[in-house]
Design a protein around this ligand. Sequence first.
Ligand code: ASP
Length: 329
Amino acid sequence: MSTVKTSTASALSGAEAFPHRHLTGIAGLQPHEISFLLDEAEQWVDLNRKASKHDDRLAGLTLINAFFENSTRTLLSFEIAGKRLGADTVNMHAAQSSIKKGETLIDTAVTLNAMRADMIVIRHASSGAVQLIADKVDCPVLNAGDGRHEHPTQALLDALTIRRRKGSIAGLKVVICGDVLHSRVARSNILALTALAADVRIVAPPTLMPPDIERMGVTSFTDFDEGIAGADVVMMLRLQSERMGGGFIPSLREYRAFWGLTPERLSRAAPDALVMHPGPMNRGVEIDSVVADDPSRSAITEQVEMGVAVRMACLDVLTRRRRGVPGWA
Ligand code: ASP
């Protein structure tokens, strides 16, 4: 599989290539900074495919993964990323019910800071919680998903998957379909893919379509058959039932009929269209198993693989200043 780099990042060196202290979102990142992180991740894809997957550049540093909301792949992925880079990696799981906003969250931040963490990864059900913590601590903070707001490492791993499969991202027709209203994955992906010059189309039922979505530089459709026509990439989203207060959809059966990715619907996309899903999947609702499990079309497991590489790149880049890496200190 060839890798074509669309980056201009190579023209910049050291901290100029990525001057940010935290990764709280894709918003605020320049296209060349996004490409820089993708370029950095390539070396970790290669390392992760070797029998021995160790690089000790973060030895002696402490990574705290503070997850206030459930996760399988993101938490494991950050844990594996930290360990492969040699960091002392600890996970803090907090049952959502025990967490109060405001002072409690700030107290948590102060506590993590007092333990002299060198990197803090946060997942939280409230949009903006990660920024609140980033403002209170001395070390880099990485957003592992905050409410409906952003999930930047998901967008980076999706962009890396697309770039590796398709050679480049600019000009590709990418359709993102499903529960856009509640999806931090959709938001971060729209920001990243439009920054990288993809033609992004959003498909959602009217009740799950954010009203001002076209302001983000995308085209919106409520008819999936129309939106998917000729698409190079079809990214499906999970129905976020935990964030729905009421009746957003008539029934799961109807949802599948109108907005589910079935083989018939996929046949309207480009013949080599890539199928993606951030997981966890509701099989038979937003995506049929026959599509999700088709190795010639689906990049879903590759997305998970790219997730570890992207997170290793983010942990490495964000700690260069504190490690005194020349050009970054
Ligand atoms: N795992 C992704 C997230 O945490 C997608 C999802 O849950 O639907 O946002």
